[in-house]
Write a protein that binds this ligand. Structure first.
Ligand SMILES: NC(=O)C1=CN([C@@H]2O[C@H](COP(=O)(O)OP(=O)(O)OC[C@H]3O[C@@H](n4cnc5c(N)ncnc54)[C@H](O)[C@@H]3O)[C@@H](O)[C@H]2O)C=CC1
Ligand SMILES: O=C(O)CCC(=O)C(=O)O
Length: 529
């Protein structure tokens, strides 16, 4: 196997380069490339992995050229510079490092709050200009004031902890914060309007989503306490910058400290130039410690995926540990092949898919297995679908996916059963993995069979009547198609029967037509795996 190749297109700590090298991965470190999208598009096709911070924008145009890209690693938290749906559609894993820079970013928010409270940047500029304006600067004390945190996740809760240490009162608005967690952190969970009315300082720590965009709109800014100070170290776009400027100009808002802006790099912005505004150029994560953390973590995670198939902190795929990956691999192949079997036989719209995991397989990562099964199922119809994109594609098409896990209730150590409900019928197929690691199909529509998945197969359903095998073999022999293996099954003597036949080479359409003419044959289909 040739060594995977990774491109680092942003200013990551060089620690990442060393990790990739130590793990045997070829690495190109081009810290300024992210800003040159044409050059990035030109060379991205040479890489299996792309490690970035926030300067590189991974757009559909870049992804179009990324023919062998398997993983994008964001050394940081926000992945809004990556087009996740486009990456997912191409089967590219997108991972981030959700905790590596949280403390540093929380500290930046606290630093910004103090900078506002004591006007440190303006006082510094004035002092260094030789003005000694001791009477110009009159700050406010933080102790006893109320901090309103919008978004109390990793960073928000660290900010809360620090603020409580500063003897502030902390209220938090976060619809996903449980009352127990709020109690644990020591914050009062409140509604947004309550926070707006009570906070002396508001700090934002949510991602930018449709729901959080302009969470501090003109209308909401108007609901804040007069003299409020606003800190944004999360994402540009959470606050309506023009409305905030107006509120600053009118003296309703006493100060604003922004690290992030609606348009970045921010070379101009409505907030710029106001005397009570403090700005930093997206420095929230910029400490040596945080950058080492995220660089090391992203390099480890990407290497683990490229070399061992382990997935952690992916935003578009369930996690798979390095220990789990080899155990999962044969079952991923089984799930994909069972899906493919059902997909190749499905001719009408699918309504739902039910996947049952029994025995030892029930203890594996069934979400990953279900993604593989759905990819196999949809690929005969959609081609471009893959293990990463399959669940999203199924959802878009209105296909309901359900999973059941249970202890073994049969002879197999592990059994995966896939049931597909279409507009016309319900079809089940089940398989297992033998000790040699090879997936086998063991049941079709309730009829026991035993066959390996072969590159070229013929699937026949027929009435269990004498004479079928002789005629079938005759048709294949006359057409020069060699039979490699032959698996038969039936529900009862004289009942419904199934033949799953491995052949060498492609099955000519004429052969299938002739098989259909054998008395009692209901369906004959060529399958490929
Ligand atoms: N300035 C910088 O350099 C950095 C900025 N960030 C940004 O900080 C933000 C927060 O990061 P983490 O705390 O790690 O994320 P997180 O996912 O742990 O926390 C986000 C919180 O926002 C809450 N939330 C989601 N929708 C909400 C809504 N509509 N209203 C209120 N709360 C809502 C979530 O429930 C969650 O608790 C991210 O957007 C990230 O991009 C992160 C690191 C550095
Ligand atoms: O890499 C950076 O400096 C930006 C960090 C950030 O915004 C994030 O991790 O979400």
């Amino acid at each position: 196997m040739t060594a995977p190749k990774v491109l680092i297109s942003d200013a990551l700590s060089p620690a990442a380069v060393q990790i990739f090298k130590d793990r045997g991965i070829e690495v190109d470190f081009q810290p300024n490339l992210g800003k040159d999208k044409d050059k990035l598009a030109e060379i991205i096709g040479n890489y299996d992995g792309l490690a970035i911070r926030s300067a590189t924008k991974v757009t559909p145009k870049i992804l179009e050229q990324a023919s062998r890209l398997k993983v994008i690693g964001r050394a940081g938290i926000g992945v809004d510079n990556v087009d996740i749906p486009a990456a997912t559609a191409k089967g590219i894993i997108v991972m981030n490092t959700p905790f590596g820079n949280s403390i540093t970013t929380a500290e930046h928010a606290i630093a910004m709050m103090f900078a506002l409270a004591r006007e440190i940047p303006a006082a510094d500029a004035s002092t260094q200009a030789g003005k000694w304006e001791k009477n110009r600067f009159m700050g406010v004390e933080i102790t006893g004031k109320t901090l309103g945190i919008i978004g109390c996740g990793n960073i928000g809760s660290i900010v809360a902890e620090r603020a409580l240490g500063l003897r502030m009162k902390v209220v938090a608005y976060d619809p996903f914060l449980s009352p127990e967690r709020a109690l644990d952190i020591g914050v009062e969970k409140v509604e947004l309007d309550d926070l707006l009315a009570r906070a002396d300082v508001i700090t934002l720590h949510t991602p930018l989503t449709e729901k959080t965009k302009n969470v501090l709109s003109a209308e909401n800014i108007a609901k804040t306490k007069k003299g409020v100070r606003i800190v944004n170290c999360a994402r540009g776009g959470l606050v309506d910058e023009a409305a905030l400027r107006k509120a600053l100009d009118e003296g309703h808002v006493a100060g604003a400290a922004f690290d992030v802006f609606t348009i970045e790099p921010a070379t101009e912005n409505p907030l710029f130039g106001h005397p009570n505004v403090v700005c930093t150029p997206h420095l929230g994560a910029a400490t040596t410690e945080a950058q080492e953390n995220v660089a090391l973590q992203v390099a480890e995670q990407m290497s683990d995926y490229l070399l061992r198939g382990a997935i952690s902190n992916a935003v578009n795929f369930p996690s798979i540990t390095a220990e789990e990956a080899p155990k999962l691999k044969p079952f991923i192949a089984l799930a994909e092949k069972l899906g493919s079997f059902a997909g190749q036989l499905t001719e009408t719209g699918m309504k739902s898919v039910h996947i049952t995991y029994e025995g030892t397989v029930a203890h594996l990562n069934t979400r990953a297995l279900s993604s593989a099964a759905i990819a196999g199922l949809l690929r005969p119809i959609l081609q471009d679908v893959n293990v990463v994109s399959a669940p999203v594609v199924a959802k878009e098409r209105g296909i309901v996916v359900e999973e059941t896990v249970r202890e073994a209730e049969h002879d197999y150590d592990a059994l995966v059963t896939l049931t597909v409900v279409t507009e016309r019928q319900t079809r089940s197929v089940a398989g297992t993995v033998f000790a040699n690691g090879k997936p086998r199909i063991v049941n079709i529509k309730g009829i026991t069979v035993d066959a390996e998945f072969a590159p070229s197969m013929i699937y026949v359903t027929n009435e269990d009547k004498p004479g079928f095998i002789g005629r079938f073999a005759g048709i294949l022999g006359n057409a020069g198609v060699n039979i490699a293996t032959f698996a038969l099954g039936r529900d009862a003597p004289g009942g419904s029967a199934i033949a799953l036949v491995e052949v060498d080479g492609e099955v000519p359409a004429k052969v299938l037509e002739d098989i259909q003419t054998i008395p009692g044959v209901k369906q004959a289909k060529a399958l490929t795996f």
